[in-house]
Design a protein around this ligand. Sequence first.
Ligand code: C2O
Length: 593
Amino acid sequence: MSLLLNSSFTGASSACLLQRERSRRRRLHVPGVTCRQGSNGDRSDAARQQQSPPLLDRRDMLLGLGGLYGVTAGPKVLAAPIMPPDLSKCYPATAPALDNKCCPPYDPGETISEYSFPATPLRVRRPAHIVKDDQEYMDKYKEAVRRMKNLPADHPWNYYQQANIHCQYCNYAYHQQNTDDVPIQVHFSWIFLPWHRYYLHFYERILGKLIDDDTFTIPFWNWDTKDGMTFPAIFQDAASPLYDPRRDQRHVKDGKILDLKYAYTENTASDSEIIRENLCFIQKTFKHSLSLAELFMGDPVRAGEKEIQEANGQMEVIHNAAHMWVGEPDGYKENMGDFSTAARDSVFFCHHCNVDRMWDIYRNLRGNRVEFEDNDWLDSTFLFHDENEQLVKVKASQMLDCLNPTKLRYTFEQVPLPWLGKINCQKTAETKSKATTELSLTRVNEFGTTAQALDASNPLRVIVARPKKNRKKKEKQEKVEVIQIKDIKVTTNETARFDVYVAVPYGDLAGPDYGEFAGSYVRLAHRMKGSDGTEEQGPKKKGKLKLGITPLLEDIDAEDADKLVVTLVLRTGSVTVGGVSINLLQTDSTAAI
Ligand code: C2O
């Protein structure tokens, strides 16, 4: 723990201080990312391509290979990173709150440049509850947003144009290049964190440019600490350009504590209990996902994949709850509660600033190793307008820099991380109260082969065999035990959430309580309006969920259990689940907290 709390910890500045773990390179043939001191630290494409086998153009291959791309063919590697859209084709979005309109003005003469990384001073992002008392900073922040709001409506920096970017990439206004009907979606996968990092980066630089301050930063909503767990007051002054009336007024006022397990019902626990639950949720998220990046960041998404199952990492899940908690509780749940409108509320960027910080901490806790050594992640490419009004192209790999504190020239102020400390996270209040009302052991079955609908009044409890018990330390470092829930179907015009608990059975019988909280599935509503203007019933979308449980099983002394009772508690929405299994997945890090 002490290592984690030293000065190398909260910023990206420790980049090269920690020796990167040797990669197991279990995915595509990607040369290891080197992090040598003394190099220019730039993982340039040129350097990487030199060592890479030649890439085939994937689109040719995708059709032929069905689901098999990713498999190597001789010395060649099939690459399918997500590419930016053809901007000349912007479609009506699935955004009824915006009347399905969020396309930007299109300028056919506009050229796309490579982004040159800023040679500006290192910007230090600070907590929203602390900058509140920095009058000079607050004046600048408000002035910058005011100027952004006052720009001509069709200016790419205009406040609402900037907000629309989020709608375009979340509500299917753009399709992937060379595909007629595969939309770009920046949620539910491993591009969630990098895309939002760039979005924030350019937004911050544009705001700074508008007030001619190259040190300007967006503050972070420090919801991972007690003092930051209420709605940030800086957004609550009705006379300020940071204000947004479209919020759940019950939550944003009067020091109400954010509930990271929010599902549109008020948590009646005491403030201190909600704070503890939030800190535990964050702690577990890190603890359970440190050994495998996709558990934290989400699963791969590759170009042209149509029938892909949405797969959030747990960081995205936590982040969704804050969206829901801030937005209006009814109607289209504007602004924050619906992706099409979320970025119209300035708190969106403050919230994402903390999400970005969580990723930075995650990276540091893992010795700064690259999360995915897979070209389809590294070469994911996005387009943004930069602070010089240039349309620029950026790749996920470009933000990885080992030598400079950070290539994007920002870092985060170090603040305490209470969730890294000792907290009593076992036995939640909700499972405890359950224990007093149900006293008997119940028989639970295996999941079987038919899909099952979750029922809010009757949690689904299944007994699941473990692939192996009593694993040795070395085995645990090599493989992480993961609960996998597949074929999760939700009605997309409703929010959906279920929480997952794990307990040790007594033979084939389950005890009265659900056991330990392992993680959640959360999906915001994604509404659609039909051509006749009425709202359509959203289609059923499929998703999957993976939750690491190796450390959890140690905590509850379940090492020698052959089977586990897995309980799915539906919190909101209509959800059907296609299967629950426990598997061992290859880890990509031995980091632990
Ligand atoms: Cu693109 Cu917080 O979402």
